[in-house]
Design a protein around this ligand. Structure first.
Ligand SMILES: [Zn+2]
Length: 562
């Protein structure tokens, strides 16, 4: 029985790299040449990029076409995230996703607007049954835009497996993207391991380019168990953006060690990006090292074999090799010559920009396998097991008016629960966070029945009470009060809250809820006159805004229109 299980396991591991994706089934969603602005699996601060970003000629409004026939399965409209996004299910078991859209086509726009007006909400997450909104292949479904957390016009495009929403690399589906350029390697790093398998700080190796595709590092003198890390990027032919590298393979004396690529991943595991990169190095240097070994808690599904990635230095001179490649098979190779010896004295631990020593006597040792509930006079902190994936030390300290939960070098994988007593109970009180750079931000204004602010967070720092009594401001942007605006298609308002930010807004025209969109990047609320507008020649706009600390503003304006 044991043998059989082992076989089954092997088979399932092998199939990982053998998936055949239909090539040519999905067509170009834009009718321009596809140029990447970002690729699949790229590292973002707390997740892998789940699609590819296509450039849209630096503008909004390009036609977006459905890559294949199917039906709209989900319409998502948010202030952040993908902004306006469309999900289309296809009969072959895949879903395509189109994000940061400016506008949907008329059929879809009419459909979702009715629901937005029914529910009196701009933000919406709406799932549709099969064939409610059928879509033809190459049907125009939307206009590209810059909505949500997008900082420049582009189309975010995804292909998912419909049944489990697993994100797949769209480039495996045969889109034509010109690419003859090899990945570029910036640096290679060595990690030493202690007896408890804790990794040292990275040691940067000197690197020389031997030819177009081969690099070599200085000789490494080492013994015992070591691992390596790499930083680099990949470019395609038609743009100079630095995108992510698709595939990483390593060999020790020509024996394959670790092997992984960005073919697919599950959204639930995306936060584990913090175990793939050297998180401490990232926090210090704002640049990423991809670890070529599995650090503690790394159970990502991107690996093509079950090796750990560490090597044991052999007695004879040996060579470690890293091969990185893109989806067109363009490769770069790094050779690391190794000699069994005591560690180089010359190799410098890359620790120049050391953080201030924040670990003090108030350190708490956190065993990763235990749940913790710290109780203080004014606060309570709950840390569940597996929050950090390994044992760590945290500076947890309750001061007169604040609570510190600090260790800037560690990644947090699960929410920590914080309760903080709302001492003076003033109007406008809220819980704020001060991070390691001294920046303050809003954390929570939610109070429980015992008058504690409660908050769930993966952000460490100093939490304290803050007070905001200044309400948000509202101004007309594209006309003046009492103006005639018969020739305008839009009403634009400027809304700003300086301290905590906008929580809610509501706009009525002639006493009727009206669909205003909030574009936080422009501090703008805007309305495009639609069929729901009932013109009374003299029209009244009532605007209500609330900030995150509960301060409210209401303003009325009048406009004339015929
Ligand atoms: Zn994107």
């Amino acid at each position: 029985m044991k043998k059989l299980l082992f076989l089954v396991l092997l088979v399932s591991i092998n199939t990982n790299s053998q998936t055949n994706y239909p090539k040519g089934y999905f067509s170009n969603p834009l009718n321009i040449e596809l140029i990447l602005n970002g690729n699949f699996g790229e590292s973002r601060p707390s997740h892998f990029h789940s699609g590819i970003d296509f450039k849209t000629q630096f503008k909004e409004g390009l036609n977006v076409f459905s890559s294949a026939e199917g039906y709209v399965s989900r319409i998502s409209i948010k202030h952040g995230g993908f902004g306006k996004a469309l999900y289309v299910n296809h009969p072959n078991g895949y879903t395509t996703v189109y994000g940061h859209l400016k506008k949907f086509n008329k059929k879809i726009e009419d459909y979702i607007k009715r629901i937005q007006y029914d529910k009196k909400t701009y933000q919406i997450e709406h799932y549709l049954k099969k064939d409610v909104l059928k879509i033809e292949k190459n049907e125009k479904i939307a206009n590209s835009g810059n909505t949500g957390s997008s900082f420049g016009p582009h189309l975010h495009y995804e292909i998912r497996l419909t049944k489990n929403q697993k994100a797949l690399n769209p480039q495996l589906f045969g889109f034509e993207i010109k690419d003859t350029r090899k990945p570029t390697i910036n640096s290679v790093f060595l990690y030493n391991l202690d007896s408890l398998n804790n990794i040292s700080d990275p040691i940067k190796l000197k690197i020389t380019k031997i030819n177009d595709s081969v690099y070599q590092t200085e000789k490494v003198f080492a013994n015992g168990s070591v691992g390596f890390g790499i930083s680099g990027f990949d470019r395609q032919d038609l743009a100079n953006n630095k995108n992510g590298i698709y595939k990483y393979s390593t060999y020790y004396n020509n024996k394959k060690i670790i092997d992984f690529n960005f073919e697919s991943f599950y959204f639930e595991e995306s936060i584990k990006i913090k175990t793939l990169i050297d998180y401490k190095y990232y926090i210090k240097n704002k640049s990423r090292i991809i670890k070529l070994f599995k650090d503690k808690g790394n159970d990502l599904s991107i690996y093509l074999n079950n090796k750990s990635g560490y090597i044991n230095i052999e007695n004879n001179p040996s060579v470690y090799k890293i091969i990185v490649s893109d989806l067109n098979g363009n490769k770069s190779i790094v050779k690391v010559p190794i000699k069994h010896s005591d560690f180089n004295k010359d190799l410098n631990s890359y620790d120049e920009n050391g953080l201030a020593n924040t670990l003090l006597t108030s350190n708490k040792y956190i065993n990763n396998k235990l749940d913790y509930n710290f109780k203080f006079e004014n606060a309570e902190i709950k840390i569940a097991k597996n929050t950090f994936l390994k044992d760590i030390q945290l500076n947890i300290e309750s001061l007169k008016d604040s609570i510190k939960i600090i260790n800037p070098e560690i990644a947090v994988f699960k929410n920590i629960k914080i309760n903080f007593y709302n001492k003076d109970n003033r109007k406008g009180n809220y819980l704020a966070l001060k991070n390691k750079d001294g920046n303050e931000s809003f954390a929570s204004a939610n109070l429980n029945s015992k008058n504690y602010f409660y908050h769930k967070t993966k952000s460490l720092g100093t939490y304290f009470l803050k007070n905001d009594t200044i309400p948000p401001s509202i101004k007309l942007k594209n006309f003046k009060n009492n103006d005639w605006i018969s020739n305008k298609n839009f009403i634009r308002l400027n809304i700003i809250d300086n301290e905590t930010g906008i929580k809610n807004y509501k706009v009525k025209i002639n006493s009727k809820w009206t669909l205003f969109e909030y574009e936080y990047k422009r501090n703008e609320l805007f309305y495009e006159f639609d069929s729901y507008f009932l013109n009374q020649t003299k029209n009244l706009i009532e605007v209500f805004i609330e900030d995150l600390a509960g301060n409210k503003t209401q303003k009325n304006f009048t406009f004339f229109r015929n």
